[in-house]
Design a protein around this ligand. Structure first.
Ligand SMILES: [Zn+2]
Length: 301
């Protein structure tokens, strides 16, 4: 009997030490999307995006879009950054087929973390794939957690002014999921500390008040840049290209360039929510060009 075909298998948990902290990136889910162009850069950049794809040996149209929350155990508190898609697609007709079901709780369990172990949940920004796992059927999924939101982002979604058409349903979700959590939440701005060793960084643009986070322990540093870059080739090699899911497109592009420059010049390691799993790497700058370099073993030594 020949061996049977087992099907695709990809890792979904990656745990490592960062100084005195333990960090785990956990893939909540992934989806194959069509339309690398025009999603990135619109029609005017179609030929360039196609050429970039060919040069980087990736498909010019279909791309894998992972959703990767991550956990930092500081030794005192367990901090979860973002919550993936949760049961959004099951609970909302509008999202069926657009967002995959989330697996965060099951995969956190494989990594050794129970929902009640989570002390702090940091929401980098209010888009569905980041807030979707906060609640299930209206009840908090992480029963003991307190919440940290960017003040500007929370205000934007709460007020609901100047929400573009494509984000109107996102705003409804935000009102339903996040506003009821306000009395267990703190609201921070760039430069504020979440817990000792974790500090917010301005990443406004993709969502009007998105925050990135510098995580530092015993001299080791890692930047969680959230959705600053949506694709590991296009967003990094052409940070100026507008992305359809960026809310403030000019600001998002300016933020991308500023953060890419910081990451490259300070030689920082990065955790990116939509970077290829395990979502870790660094950015190399040659002349004016940036390139994503995936993590190999540097954080495991
Ligand atoms: Zn996202």
């Amino acid at each position: 009997m020949p061996a049977s075909i087992q099907g695709e298998l990809q890792p979904t948990i990656y745990r490592f030490k960062l100084g005195g902290f333990e960090v785990a990136t956990i893939m909540d889910s992934k989806v194959i999307r069509e339309g690398l162009s025009p999603s990135f850069g619109g029609e005017p950049a179609a030929a360039e995006v196609k050429a970039l794809a060919a040069a980087n040996r990736i498909d010019a149209n279909r791309y894998q879009h992972p959703f990767t929350p991550f956990v930092v155990n500081t030794g005192k508190e367990l901090v979860l950054f973002d919550t993936g898609n949760g049961s959004l697609s099951a609970e909302n007709e509008q999202l069926k087929g657009r967002l995959p079901p989330g697996n965060l709780v099951a995969r956190m369990a494989e990594a050794g973390y129970k929902p009640e172990d989570v002390d702090v949940i940091v929401i980098t920004h209010g888009h569905p794939d980041h807030i979707g796992g906060l609640t299930k059927a209206g009840a908090p999924v992480f029963p003991k957690a307190r919440y940290v939101f960017g003040a500007a982002d929370f205000d934007f979604w709460k007020k609901g002014e100047n929400v573009r058409e494509a984000r109107k349903f996102n705003r409804e979700l935000y009102v339903k999921i996040c506003l009821p959590l306000a009395d267990r939440s703190t609201f921070i701005k760039p430069g504020d500390e979440v817990v000792p060793g974790i500090t917010a960084v301005d990443a406004f643009g993709h969502s009007p008040g998105m925050l990135a986070f510098m995580i530092e322990s015993e001299g080791k540093r890692l930047l969680n840049w959230a959705d600053t870059c949506g694709h590991y080739v296009v967003s990094i090699q052409r940070p100026d290209l507008h992305l359809d899911v960026d809310d403030d497109k000019d600001k998002a592009a300016a933020t991308r360039k500023r953060i890419l420059d910081m990451v490259a010049s300070e030689k920082l390691f990065v955790a990116g929510f939509h970077m290829p799993f395990p979502g870790l790497g660094f950015v190399e700058k040659t002349g004016n060009a940036y390139r994503w370099v995936p993590h190999s073993y540097q954080l495991n030594l």
